[in-house]
Write a protein that binds this ligand. Structure first.
Ligand SMILES: Nc1ncnc2c1ncn2[C@@H]1O[C@H](COP(=O)(O)OP(=O)(O)OP(=O)(O)O)[C@@H](O)[C@H]1O
Ligand SMILES: [Mg+2]
Length: 319
């Protein structure tokens, strides 16, 4: 097996698609602090963009500027081809958003919360309310007061609100917040289904395993600046190391360590062998071990997790 490099490949959506969200030199300064610093980002139709960064990196600030909730200090934002300006009304009907925790009427039930928001929007009928309640898995609890909802249920209701007007762009700030593992899987399936319909999804998250599975693109922000923008697979490229499960791993280790390419080999905490290969390929490592009398049960090419890549790219970034 040879490590593949995907760095040269643009996203499939970038080849054919339309830019739906675009920022140019987007900057937000609070006093001396640059919360967002010269951000240039293109999000294509149908993309699920994972917007990552340590606490204080500037994710929510960026999202507020995308939605026209706050004004940039400088730079521009376009959504669906329209310039976004604070209180500008042109884009909002086609954008659904959940920023941090949803604003809910706790004394009202779930369905009535949606009816209240639906009333303010146009064209939201009872059938749509029931559809979105079903989409977020809250149909059975719609008549309960929101006060009695769990954190995850409130979060789902917030996503339901964002979906009410059947938006073309969905902007979600940490939607996985408070969701249990089953809820995270349901949210992933929901967002995937929405992206398949052609919706564009911009999602900030700290749940990196989730982002790795869900997102077509990942943008990492650190100290207000874009560190990288790539497909998740690009960020989790191989480490050049293999994990080998073999009987008598210490014996195999000793053999490998006698080779120039194998001096750094070691056993992990579970006794599996971590090693490079004579020429980088799994088959050569396999042959070397078999020739030496060690027949591997399995050889796995080790790639970096998104979490490892994130920490590498943002080290020292938390404020
Ligand atoms: N209204 C404000 N006034 C002053 N500083 C602010 C304001 N809003 C945000 N900041 C600062 O801007 C920086 C970015 O904050 P932001 O909330 O965008 O981060 P974030 O990436 O969303 O972090 P988290 O992962 O914790 O949600 C932080 O240093 C924060 O203190
Ligand atoms: Mg935030």
């Amino acid at each position: 097996m040879q490590p593949t490099t995907l760095a040269a490949l643009p996203s499939p959506s970038a080849i054919s698609g339309t830019v739906v969200v675009q920022t140019r030199n987007l900057t937000k300064q609070y006093g001396k602090r640059l919360a967002v610093n010269n951000l240039n980002l293109d999000v294509y139709q149908g993309d699920i963009l994972g917007f990552l960064g340590p606490n204080g990196a500037g994710k929510t600030t960026t999202i507020r500027m995308l939605l026209g909730l706050i004004a940039p200090t400088s730079g521009t934002v376009q959504v669906l081809g329209h310039d976004v300006t604070p209180n500008g009304r042109t884009m909002l009907p086609r954008v659904g958003a959940l920023v941090e925790t949803p604003a809910l009427y706790l004394y009202m039930n779930g369905a009535d919360n949606l009816r209240a928001v639906g009333h303010a929007l146009r064209g939201v009928d009872e059938a749509r309310i029931q559809t979105v309640l079903g989409m977020v898995g809250l149909a059975a609890r719609q008549k309960d007061r929101v006060r009695t909802y769990s954190l995850g249920m409130k979060q789902r209701l917030g996503v339901a609100m964002a979906l009410l007007n059947d938006p073309a762009v969905l902007v979600l700030d940490e939607p996985a917040n408070g969701l249990d593992p089953a809820g995270i899987v349901e949210m992933r399936e929901l967002l995937r289904a929405l992206a398949k319909e052609g919706k564009t999804i911009f999602i900030s998250s700290h749940v990196l395993g989730e982002v790795q599975q869900l997102c077509t693109r990942v943008a990492i922000l650190n100290l207000g600046q874009l560190v990288t923008e790539a497909r998740p697979e690009e960020l989790t490229q191989g480490t050049g190391q293999y994990i080998v499960f073999v009987e008598n791993a210490p014996g195999a280790l000793a053999l490998i360590q006698g080779q120039p390419w194998g001096r750094a080999a070691q056993l992990d905490a579970n006794g599996a062998l971590l090693t490079a290969s004579p020429d980088g390929r799994g088959r050569s490592l396999n042959k070397f071990l078999v020739d030496g009398g060690f027949i591997p049960d399995s050889i796995i090419y080790q790639s970096e997790s998104l979490e490892q890549a994130f920490l590498r790219l943002t080290q020292g970034g938390a404020q």
